[in-house]
Design a protein around this ligand. Sequence first.
Ligand code: SAM
Ligand code: SF4
Length: 343
Amino acid sequence: MLGWLTETDADRLQPLWAEADRVRRERVGEAVHLRGLVEISNYCVRRCAYCGLRVERTALARYRMTADEVVGSARAAFKFGYGTVVLQAGEDPGWRAEEIADMVRRIKAETGLAVTLSLGEQTPAEWKLWRAAGADRYLLRFETSNRALYDLIHPAGPTGQLSDRIAMLRDLRALGYEIGSGVMIGIPGQTYADLAGDLETFRELDLDMIGVGPFIPHPDTPLGQAATEPVPGQPPADELMTFKMIALTRLVCPRANIPSTTALATLNLEQGRELGLQRGANIVMPNVTPLQYRALYEIYPDKACIREDGAQCNFCLRGRLAAIGRPVGRGPGSARPDPKLTA
Ligand code: SAM
Ligand code: SF4
């Protein structure tokens, strides 16, 4: 793994791309599944050192969608032919757990879509409630397997609770969720050995979904300010490094759903997403958040696709998939098609 992670020669990398593409085709097929992403709130009580939504960013105007807006966005995802809707937010105490459960029930009843939640570190009681309401999947990136670096960038929560996302992923699995996680690449202080450790951790957790994307510095965050000087021996937060991690993730976890991320498209709007799909990825997450909220979900600057609405993103992505000869997947696109887990 370290050999591939440190390789930069374009010719010598060709076999890695070819093998990742072959394994992707054999294990999850040609179809690209579309997951409609709804960024339901940008309030957050946490202080993750890398993220533009962190509570100390007082300059950011905050929003919280209404339940009707969220369900309306899920209906739009259904209308566009997506198989899954992903509800994502900061850790927002403005929602009561029962309100989230109600939205999940309404979305399931009205659209039948698979529902993924990505609402941060919550309690087992809340996760249980949402699972019972019909949520199928939970997305919680552990960001890095280097525990010291993890602790540095994930300060304790407002009630002093320590962060341990790897332990939480195991709890979520035990509750019957399909579990998704992932890491950022090129975090200040990260090493190549850490990235190899991330891949090992993906394998150990037997993840259903794995998102790997570049760390994009936000100037208004502690880690964004620390990222101005390149550190010798640190993996770069660039496209090539991301493609290598996508390809290796496919080889290590062949059946996983792997997105070609918006962060990748932010680095290379022309080709980033397409190249990710040709080097191991099989998922894209078109944004269906109402246009007026998109720019406010500012986890990092200059995010791709914040000036387009849902219909434009749908049209654009379908065109991009057609151009690389990849069909759009039908149905929920589960990595674990066990009726007991994906009902
Ligand atoms: N609050 C939830 C959580 O933390 O899981 C969901 C929202 S959070 C904004 C979603 C993801 O955004 C994080 O897991 C992280 O990987 C990504 N993210 C945040 N800041 C980033 C940055 N500066 N560069 C790249 N990705 C970032
Ligand atoms: Fe909040 Fe998630 Fe950002 Fe951490 S990564 S500050 S939990 S939105």
